[in-house]
Write a protein that binds this ligand. Structure first.
Ligand code: ZN
Length: 182
């Protein structure tokens, strides 16, 4: 399967509200190809998640894969690569926390964004079966970031203090050492 180009900030498809996937569209070759393209592109580009609009397909589909390990934001539990179709996010607590987010569609940049930290996600899996998953902390942020792509939003829209927006090398040099001290 070809690896797709990831669209970058400024491409109008990233700003479109994506269409829901109809039940008839599951179990089609196009749908299988879309999932495979998303997987191949995520593996090639690296990263935690990828949404269909980022490869130019305006449908409400995203994939997320969490590798276990210790991060700046604590110990993460592994989540195998999972397909989310037509996801809906319910915020369970308005308590927020901020993280330095990055995005394949905004390469080379990091920005500090605060989001709710306890959410319930309802979605259809790749077989069109209804599922729910409850998320807290950094993972709640990851899921909201990915699903924002389905509504034409990017993390940069949520940066409230533009002083907390940086190129990655400068982030690594000046910001990360302070975070790691905390
Ligand atoms: Zn993104």
């Amino acid at each position: 399967m070809p690896v797709n180009e990831v669209l970058r900030l400024g491409h109008p498809v990233l700003r479109r509200v994506a269409d829901e996937v109809a039940l008839d569209d599951f179990h089609t070759l196009e749908f299988a190809n879309l999932i495979q393209d998303l997987k191949d592109t995520l593996v090639e580009q690296g990263g935690i998640g990828l949404a269909a609009p980022q490869i130019g397909v305006s449908l409400r589909v995203a994939i997320i894969e969490i590798e276990a390990g210790l991060t700046r934001y604590g110990e993460l539990e592994a989540m195998p690569l999972t397909v989310f179709v037509n996801p809906k996010v319910k915020v369970l607590s308005l308590d927020t926390a901020g993280y330095w987010e990055g995005c394949l569609s905004v390469p080379g940049m990091r920005g500090f964004v605060e989001r709710p930290q306890h959410i319930l996600v309802s979605y259809l899996d790749a077989e069109a079966v209804s599922q729910t998953i409850e998320l807290t902390g950094f993972l709640a942020t990851v899921f909201q970031h990915e699903f924002d792509h389905l509504d034409g939003k990017l993390y940069v829209d949520h940066i409230r203090d533009m002083r907390l927006f940086a190129y990655e090398p400068e982030f690594d040099r000046f910001v990360a050492p302070q975070l790691d001290q905390e």
